[in-house]
Design a protein around this ligand. Structure first.
Ligand code: HEM
Ligand SMILES: *[C@@H]1O[C@H](CO)[C@@H](O)[C@H](O)[C@H]1NC(C)=O
Ligand SMILES: *[C@@H]1O[C@H](CO)[C@@H](O)[C@H](O)[C@H]1NC(C)=O
Ligand SMILES: *[C@@H]1O[C@H](CO)[C@@H](O)[C@H](O)[C@H]1NC(C)=O
Length: 501
């Protein structure tokens, strides 16, 4: 009896000792963290808050109103670098275009690597192209050149036109029953279907709906807690991704067979397969192998493409609608150009789109004025000197601000003005160093040509096939981070253009 009492007292004591030990360790860690931040900030002389919440840092403020948070941070330092502290990590916010370029150009296992999401490796696969670097990455990217030739882009345009038209038709039908529609959702569906059709259309076929629902499961994980346990969103996403990759692997096998039989490329995957088969043959003659040519690896890369092509494009489609509704004078000039180039609504072709000078100007300005990927966050993999006075400490976050770059140099940068992209003013070329919507350096967006063409095609068709009107609310001019930027709402009504117009 006495012995048991002694025993439980002992247990009580040791339990409490463990608790005490853990508490002390935690307090020490938090203190260490704060001191490290404080000390580093002092030595680097960067502007920014001197103290922030232990562990959390400014994350709550950032999540609550990201636009205001980053804008405030930007204004701290006209030199282009400032400091903050987010979830236990020293964070550098970089707004100067020259420094942003230096960071994005300097991608390696020892300097900067993309930081997407705590669970990105689970959701997107550890071999994702965004996490690659060095010669293997370079070699893979070289094989993409075949995907965006004039011929390939021409083939895609026909597919894009079919998909866009069918969605516009649907929007018009829906609006007969219920309007307005929140366009960000409808743009997402449009873009997802366009990408599927363009990338692997003939090979997904009847499984399109299944594919879409898996895909949406995967994307949900990005805005869910990073908890990997049966039933969580992350868990579901992990298995949904496996199913998508399996389906795409089957697509790769079919495409290889089709192209080996001398077929003519019908989608992006076919163009890539054609190129890969050539490379494999060439490599075999030289006794080499091609690292990305196996079916699984190709399927994973197709998955990377689908992902990379989704969010930013959807945001830009939404901005296109919002900005056109808000600038009827600009929309009218787009319509005039379209009337001139396609008097009978001729189908789109590469050459036609190439001739759409003003429509292209508008798209470029949309991409500058509202760059969807406002930041390209990086993990510092080592201590990396950034300026004469500032060294990025290993383990910190670095936030190169694409938004700030797009507002740097351009006259009246905060004004939406497609004429700045005209053949006379050529600000897209004059300030190309700051026009970083698609990034720069070894990871610069693979799909930029395609993305621009897609927006031109969309604008060309939406401006000629329908009339649309935006319903404004008090929030309509706000910007939200998802984490690409969107208008807080984009409520619209669509009607068919009357035949007599
Ligand atoms: C408006 C649309 C788009 C925008 C604003 C955009 C922007 C970007 C940005 C900022 C990056 C990172 C660049 C860097 O790290 O320096 C990127 C990477 C990438 N984008 Fe896009 N993108 C768009 C559409 C697309 C489309 C349609 C595709 C596919 C056809 C695509 C494929 C990729 C890929 C594969 C990467 C990763 C490249 C690598 O890591 O080597 N993107 N994009
Ligand atoms: C594009 O413009 C060029 C030069 O003005 C013209 O020769 C060509 O016919 C145009 N092509 C189309 C498809 O409109
Ligand atoms: C990239 O980082 C390395 C390592 O710190 C540095 O020596 C080099 O100068 C940097 N290069 C660029 C282009 O900033
Ligand atoms: C960085 O150092 C240079 C001199 O090396 C100095 O002129 C400049 O003001 C310093 N910048 C900051 C932000 O302290």
């Amino acid at each position: 009896m006495q012995l048991t009492e002694f025993d439980s007292f002992n247990k009580f004591l040791s339990g409490n000792l463990v608790f005490l030990g853990v508490s002390i360790a935690l307090v020490c860690y938090l203190l260490f963290e704060q001191l490290r931040y404080f000390w580093w900030k002092r030595s680097s002389k960067l502007p920014g808050p001197s103290f922030t919440l232990p562990f959390l840092g400014s994350i709550i403020e950032m999540v609550k109103n990201p636009y205001e948070f980053w804008e405030k941070q930007r204004l701290l330092d006209p030199q282009g670098v400032s400091a903050n502290f987010l979830v236990g990590r020293i964070t550098l916010f970089v707004t100067d275009s020259a420094l942003v370029r230096a960071i994005l150009n300097n991608n390696s296992a020892k300097t900067f690597l993309l930081a997407l999401h705590p669970s990105a490796r689970l959701i997107l696969g550890k071999n994702n192209i965004a996490f690659m670097h060095g010669p293997e990455h370079k070699e893979l990217r070289k094989s993409f050149l075949a995907l965006f030739t004039r011929k390939a882009l021409g083939v895609y345009l026909t597919l894009q036109e079919t998909t866009i038209k069918s969605h516009l038709q649907r929007w018009i039908e829906l609006c007969k029953e219920k309007s307005p529609l929140e366009m960000s959702f409808f743009c997402r569906d449009l873009n997802l279907e366009t990408s599927q059709y363009v990338f692997a259309g003939p090979y997904i076929g009847e499984r399109r709906d299944e594919f879409c629902s898996w895909y949406i499961t995967v994307t949900k994980a990005f805005i869910s807690a990073p908890v990997f346990f049966p039933g969580t969103n992350l868990w579901k996403a992990y298995f949904a991704r496996k199913k998508i990759v399996a389906l795409l692997e089957n697509a790769v096998i079919q495409s290889k067979r089709y192209m080996a039989d001398g077929g003519s490329p019908r989608c992006l995957l076919d163009f890539w397969t054609q190129r890969v088969l050539e490379e494999v043959e060439e490599a075999a003659q030289q006794g080499r192998s091609v690292s990305y040519a196996n079916n699984r690896k190709m399927a994973e890369t197709m998955m990377d493409f689908l992902f990379a092509s989704q969010d930013a494009s959807t945001a830009s489609l939404t901005w296109t609608l919002a900005l056109m509704a808000d600038h009827p004078d600009i929309l009218k000039r787009v319509q005039e150009e379209q009337k001139r180039l396609r008097p009978n609504n001729e189908p789109l072709s590469f050459e036609l789109v190439e001739n759409m000078t003003f429509t292209r100007q508008v798209v470029k300005e949309i991409l500058r004025y509202r760059p969807p990927a406002v930041m390209v966050p990086q993990n510092a993999m080592g201590d990396v000197p950034l300026t004469d006075n500032v060294t990025v400490p290993k383990g910190s976050f670095v936030m190169p601000s694409i938004w700030s770059c797009c507002m740097q140099g351009f006259p009246e940068a905060y004004k939406f003005d497609p004429d700045r992209m005209s053949p006379e003013r050529q600000e897209d070329i004059k300030y190309r160093q700051n026009f970083l919507t698609f990034g720069i350096g070894p990871h610069v967006c693979v799909g930029r040509e395609y993305a621009i063409n897609n927006l031109i095609a969309f604008l060309a068709l939406v401006s000629t096939e329908c009339q649309f009107e935006r319903y404004r609310t008090k929030k309509s001019d706000d910007i939200i981070y998802l984490p690409t930027i969107y208008p807080a709402d984009c409520l619209m009504k669509f009607v068919k253009v009357s035949a007599c117009q």
